[in-house]
Design a protein around this ligand. Structure first.
Ligand SMILES: Cc1cc2nc3c(=O)[nH]c(=O)nc-3n(C[C@H](O)[C@H](O)[C@H](O)COP(=O)(O)OP(=O)(O)OC[C@H]3O[C@@H](n4cnc5c(N)ncnc54)[C@H](O)[C@@H]3O)c2cc1C
Length: 406
């Protein structure tokens, strides 16, 4: 394990710190400290434009597409500093636009697709969502049934997607569709890019247990997109999708210990303020959380060493995802146990996003903990459920027999 960063990464860290010092409002305590949801959303949108203006989005992309050609380690340093400052990493759609689609176009897109979409993604003009899951295809993604056929110079798409996060904030969707009716399994699937604003597409929000609507059903009824809006060869979209799903580049390994440690400190304060820090059972569970977050830190160092060496993360990404998501269910459950009946009467706003901890700097309010508790369950489902991660680890790390596949 070698976690010291080379000097060029450290000088980049100094650059990021200068930007933060210049751009953040005086007395900044983190996005969670902004009490009203609308104000926090407004800040997020403005901050995203600040990151763009200061050339801190898509920094690993080549300069000809609007990036800076920096290394994965520079990206890790940037995310560490943003997490420490408690600012958003971008807008809601940026996970899909920059981290997923942008990186995938760099690997599989045509020159024309890269030149057309990458600068517009960074500028925030094109905002993307991900249309993979369907009512009959989640963990078993290859069971997808949405179809697309060529009609003249266009693809015509029919079918349904579900759990499409942020579709209501996006203007484009990347999706998987069956384009060869005779093929089965992973074959005959194409990776398509499709504009959302058209009569053939209907986006319906799904209301969640938390009361928010972060994701949607998306219906395609004769939806159209130009024939050149296919990434990779037609019928060979599965390998494009696998590149996209392997988007973890060590950033979580760097930011998780920072975010979860800050949340744990808040949990310790919550226990003290309720006089529960003398309860032996609560103390035992707090100690468990502490040990887990420390282990998360060391797991993170191991991944960062891999990033430095330029090795692919492979199973390490599954270990990391399984570890933090299961931890978070237990930690937020403990917070609710400490709050007792107060937890049932949420006061104050919940997290802006469904992923990982509550917004950094959030107060120790029942609204914050209840929101984080409800979101924590989602963490064990999206980007591969805990069971699927365990299957991957059983097969690739432990060498257990492969699961039977139909
Ligand atoms: C917050 C959130 C955001 C999401 N955003 C998007 C999005 O933007 N775009 C998108 O396309 N999808 C999105 N998803 C969908 C997500 O990818 C799927 O929910 C996930 O792949 C699981 O699929 P499923 O819900 O159909 O459950 P299923 O695959 O039906 O699984 C049901 C249960 O069976 C278990 N299971 C399934 N297969 C196995 C197996 N082989 N071995 C053992 N256990 C198994 C699962 O672990 C789970 O407990 C999102 C989901 C969430 C929760």
């Amino acid at each position: 394990m070698d976690v010291s960063y080379p000097s060029e990464a450290e000088s980049f860290r100094a650059e990021v710190r200068d930007v933060l010092a210049e751009e953040l409002p005086p007395g900044w305590q983190g996005i969670g400290a902004i009490a009203a949801r609308e104000d926090a959303e407004r800040f997020t949108a403005q901050w995203r434009q600040t990151l763009y203006r200061r050339a801190l989005l898509g920094i690993t992309w080549p300069p000809e597409y609007g990036g800076r050609g920096l290394s994965r380690l520079h990206q890790v340093v940037l995310m560490e500093e943003l997490a420490r400052a408690g600012v958003p990493f971008g807008e809601h759609t940026d996970l899909f636009s920059i981290k997923m689609l942008g990186s995938t176009l760099l690997r599989w897109g045509t020159e024309e697709q890269r030149r057309r979409f990458l600068p517009r993604i960074l500028a925030g003009e094109d905002r993307w969502c991900q249309g993979f899951s369907e009512p009959g295809a989640g963990s078993d993604l290859a069971a997808l049934a949405t179809r697309a056929r060529v009609d003249g110079r266009e693809w015509v798409i029919d079918g349904q997607k579900i759990w499409t996060s942020v579709a209501h904030r996006a203007n484009w969707i990347f999706l998987l569709a069956r384009t060869d009716p005779g093929a089965r399994g992973h074959a005959g699937i194409s990776f398509l890019l499709c504009p959302l604003d058209q009569p053939g597409i209907d986006i319906r929000p799904i209301r969640q247990l938390s009361g928010d609507s972060d994701f949607n059903e998306v219906f395609f009824t004769g939806a159209r997109t130009p024939a050149d809006m296919v990434v990779g060869e037609p019928g060979e979209g599965w390998k494009v999708a696998m590149t996209l799903l392997g988007h973890e580049r060590g950033e979580e390994a760097a930011t998780n210990p920072i975010l979860f440690r800050a949340e744990l400190d808040r949990l310790l304060m919550l226990a003290a303020s309720r006089g529960k820090d003398h309860d032996p059972l609560i103390r035992q569970r707090l100690a468990w959380c502490y040990a887990r977050v420390e282990i998360m830190r060391y797991l993170g160092y191991r991944i960062l060493t891999q990033v430095q060496n330029g090795t692919e993360l492979g199973a390490a990404a599954s270990v990391s995802k399984l570890y933090w998501s299961e931890y978070h269910v237990a930690a937020t459950g403990l917070a609710l146990d400490i709050e007792g009946l107060d937890g049932l009467v949420p006061e104050g706003r919940g997290p802006l996003r469904t992923v990982r901890t509550d917004d950094p700097g959030a107060p120790n309010s029942s609204g914050s903990w209840l929101g984080a508790f409800l979101n924590a369950r989602a963490g064990t489902i999206y980007a591969g459920t805990s069971e699927v991660q365990r299957n991957i680890l059983a097969e690739t790390v432990l060498g257990l027999p492969k699961e039977r596949r139909q």
